[in-house]
Each structure stands twice: as C-alpha cells, then as structure tokens.
Design a binder for this molecule. Sequence first.
Ligand SMILES: Nc1ncnc2c1ncn2[C@@H]1O[C@H](COP(=O)(O)OP(=O)(O)OP(=O)(O)O)[C@@H](O)[C@H]1O
Length: 263
Amino acid sequence: MNAEKNDDNLVLKAECITKRFGGLVAVDKLNINVYDGQICALIGPNGSGKTTAINLITGIYNVDEGIIEFLGQPIQGLMPHSISWMGIARTFQNIRILGSQTVFENALLGKGYGNGGASIIHTVLNSASYRREVVASTKEVDEVLDFVGLSDLSNEKACNLPYGKQRILEIARALITKPKLLLLDEPAAGLNSQEIQDLTELVKKINKQGISILLIEHRMEVVGKLADWVFVINHGSKIAEGTFDVIKKNPVVIEAYLGRGGR
Ligand SMILES: Nc1ncnc2c1ncn2[C@@H]1O[C@H](COP(=O)(O)OP(=O)(O)OP(=O)(O)O)[C@@H](O)[C@H]1O
C-alpha cells in the first residue's frame, strides 16, 4: 500500500533517537517516519542497531536523546505495556512462544492481563465481568487464528508446529492487541521458501487491514516484495532511505551492506 506522506498521516515519528551502551553508540541520531498504510523495512549489517531501534520504539529501552511519537503522542519513557495498549505490537527475532501451551493459549497471551477491563478482584471472584471478558477474548483469538490460517491447529501444542507456523503464531499473538503499527523483527529468519511465501502473503493481508508495518529483514527478496520504503542503517546511523529499487543501486548501501553482508 502506498501512503501519502504528510504529518496528518504519520503513524510513527522517531526523531534523532540515540541509545548508548557504555561507550558504544548503538543507535545514533536516527530518524524514522512510518506513514499510515505503509510497509517499511529497516535493513543494515549485523550489529548496526536495528533491534535496538525497535526496542526503543517499544519502550524496552529508554532513548538517551531524541523523541518518539506514535499517532502524534510522545511515547518515549512509557512502559512497554502502555505502548502496546496505545497500538504498537511487535514480534521478536528469537521466537518467544510457550511450547507446552496450545496455539490458542499462546495467542491469548497477547491479550495480557486486564486488557479487556476486568480487574484482578473480578478475575479472582470469577465475576460476570470476568466471564464476559473470557468469552470476548475467546472470540477474538478464534478470529485472529482464522485470519492467520491457524484455526485448525488451535488445540495443538505450539512445540508441535513447524517453525514457519510458530513464527505466524507470534504474529497472531501480536495481532490480538489490535495494533495500528506492527513491528516485525526478522520474520523470515529460518524459514524455507514456501514458508517465506506464506509469510509474505500474510504480511500483505495484515497491511490491507490498515495496519502499518515496520520490519527488520535480512532477506532482500522479502524486502523487495513487501517494502514501500526502506531505511538503511550502519553503525546506528541512517545511511540511506528510499524505495527498494533505488536503495539497492545506492553505492553507499552496496558498500556497507548489500555488497558484502546483505543476503
Ligand atoms: N543490551 C545491550 N547491552 C550492550 N550492548 C548492546 C545491547 N543490545 C545491543 N547491544 C549492542 O548494540 C549494537 C547494535 O545491536 P543490535 O542488536 O541493535 O543490532 P542489529 O542491527 O539488530 O543486529 P542483527 O542484525 O545481528 O540482529 C551491537 O553492537 C550490540 O552488541
């Protein structure tokens, strides 16, 4: 989906964000804008600061400098669960699912405690409001599993799923939060070519629901198929941005990444 770029439809604005770990500047005055309806990719060599940038956007780390706005609201300094409730969801580079729990239970985890409004006392007392929340959550999980194509596996233990479906389960858990912006950290890592095709189709389908996407990805065929706009970083700084067709011919990008490390 190609979005119009103006301040009115800016979903994410990260301006001059910086993160230091001791003497190492992992993210260095980085600017990233994601507009409504866009699929953006963040690419760069190993250790260039991509995951740290996502961790800053999702509140895992606080920025040392810079501002992050989501739908016009400043979010830097907020706790990760507050940022999630505002509408930013993510997946992780290393799959984080509970193998001994079912697909349904893993997806339900995305709801988080009390997301539906029932307080702890209602939960403990199994009150009407808690039961209503459980029914509503069950329906939402069923709908999301149907959307991502995992309905048939709802009662299966997550550890029995093929790797590609485990990645899709992670995405399902993120979608349960009804995000406006979805951050995917290397969603194609470890997938075979059929699984990559399925993932690519799913990401497009999610985007068609009006969810903007920022993905970190090393697989350039995935970036080429999905991204409307690509940010390239090296040593924490942005070295280029543009459409994939333009950045892949950029000598600076080829020298820093595509010519050597880019896969
Ligand atoms: N919690 C931390 N403490 C110290 N250094 C860190 C921490 N997290 C990341 N770093 C360092 O910051 C730099 C950027 O790491 P980051 O994981 O963001 O890179 P990346 O681009 O996501 O790499 P990859 O493509 O390998 O996943 C690296 O040098 C890394 O070692």
